[in-house]
Design a binder for this molecule. Structure first.
Ligand SMILES: Nc1ncnc2c1ncn2[C@@H]1O[C@H](COP(=O)(O)OP(=O)(O)OP(=O)(O)O)[C@@H](O)[C@H]1O
Length: 316
């Protein structure tokens, strides 16, 4: 039965390059309109995972459904659903922008008339009118990236997968590309975004997946942001400190909830005390300083906590 709620639904996915296990029994789902950020240390398999999602690499075990249909059964229809900008991808420099779009559209089987229409649409959507007759090799890196993202959408696909799209761009160009992708998302595209720049995703993501040790840990924005400003996320680096923290909060009548990776969220409460003053007191008795934030935990803190806790959460 087709479950249209999910754009991508992955169940028990495993993948290995020969004997090197990359992904093991990974499960996650991405809904239509989600902005899914995939993060994780170098070499953990992020690029591999997205190549599997767009059909470049065959998966060995498990199931991937795109809009309710098993990926293996989609064949050429997959191109209408999923577009990808791979890591370090560059389009041929000797084409003009317009020629590139025409070439891509015709390679996908569109007639000359349809290809012209598609190319004009992309040029307008991506604000490339002033550059459409320029050779790609003469464009700035930021503009070239804009063209590369545009050509992934030649099919007007519903899911856009981008592997480190701001890589090697200066801050201004990165910001422009980030805003462009945000706009695509606001216009209804489902985005899968791989990055190492954790701060850049704070105002973008609806879901974050952290790939580590062949596993994917998934967090929704709701889990990482509290609806009540009084709630504080406290992040501990070691098991001993977590224990000290729990005793301290209990002794001070602060309700709490223990989350994953040494993170505690204090519970919705109208605190009569100055919670930050209290947490400064806590920092005097733990072995390693805790980090705390009001109302939300940022992705960088979550990521660091995961790395520490996956290594055992022990003081050294
Ligand atoms: N075609 C391949 N054949 C064999 N091994 C590969 C192949 N491609 C990647 N690998 C290995 O698989 C592992 C995961 O690589 P992958 O590029 O997916 O990781 P990544 O998380 O995207 O890394 P990075 O953050 O550095 O881009 C690495 O150890 C890499 O060397």
């Amino acid at each position: 039965m087709i479950n249209a709620k999910f754009m991508i639904e992955v169940n028990d996915l495993s993948f290995a390059y020969k004997s090197q296990k990359i992904i093991s029994k990974v499960c996650f789902s991405i809904e239509k309109g989600d902005f899914f950020c995939l993060i994780g240390p170098n070499g953990t398999g992020k690029s591999t995972l997205i190549k599997i999602l767009c059909g470049f690499l065959p998966y060995q075990e498990g199931s991937i459904k795109i809009k309710g249909t098993e990926l293996k059964l989609l064949k050429e229809n997959l191109l209408n659903l999923v577009g990808i900008l791979p890591d370090n991808f560059s389009v041929p420099g000797d084409f003009t922008v317009y020629e590139l779009f025409m070439f891509c559209a015709q390679a996908l089987g569109y007639s000359t008339l349809e290809a012209k229409k598609k190319s004009e649409q992309l040029i307008n959507t991506f604000d490339l009118n002033a550059h459409k007759n320029k050779l790609i090799k003469n464009l700035s890196s930021g503009l070239r990236r804009r063209v590369e993202i545009a050509q992934t959408l030649i099919n007007d696909c519903e899911v856009v997968i981008l592997d480190e799209p701001t890589n090697a761009l200066d801050p201004k160009s990165s910001e422009d590309i980030k805003m462009l992708i945000k706009t695509l998302n606001l216009r209804g595209k489902t985005i899968v975004y791989v990055t190492h720049l954790l701060n850049e995703i704070e105002d973008l993501y609806t879901k974050v997946g952290i790939l580590y040790n062949s596993q994917l840990k998934l967090f929704s924005k709701d889990e990482l942001r509290s609806h009540n400003e009084n709630e504080v996320f406290i992040s501990f680096s070691t098991q001993e400190d977590l224990k000290i923290g729990i005793e301290f909060l209990t002794a001070n009548n602060i309700d709490y909830e223990v989350k994953s990776f040494g993170i505690i969220k204090t519970k919705d409460k109208d605190y009569q005390c100055d919670i930050f003053k209290l947490l400064n007191e806590l920092n005097k008795i733990v072995n390693k300083p805790v980090t705390f934030s009001l109302g939300k935990i940022d992705v960088a803190t979550l990521y660091n906590s995961l790395l520490i806790w996956e290594k055992g959460g022990k003081s050294n």
